[in-house]
Design a protein around this ligand. Structure first.
Ligand code: ZN
Length: 61
């Protein structure tokens, strides 16, 4: 896979903070699975109303 131009990087919305973030070099092999903008957000997980343990609900996009 080759990059085209640096000015056309893909973006996603963080599942935690709901903010858009831009493709990064470190995600080039795992971009499809990237859901969070940072390690902190990944550790926090998806936005939830309460921090109760249990199976994650699949929120509508
Ligand atoms: Zn985030």
């Amino acid at each position: 896979m080759r990059m085209r131009t640096k000015s056309q990087l893909p973006t996603k919305v963080c599942a935690c903070c709901q903010r858009p973030f831009v493709w990064r070099k470190k995600w080039e092999r795992d971009w499809e699975n990237v859901k969070y903008c940072s390690d902190r957000c990944r550790a926090s997980g998806p936005t939830t109303t309460e921090a109760a343990p249990g199976p994650p609900r699949k929120a509508p996009a």
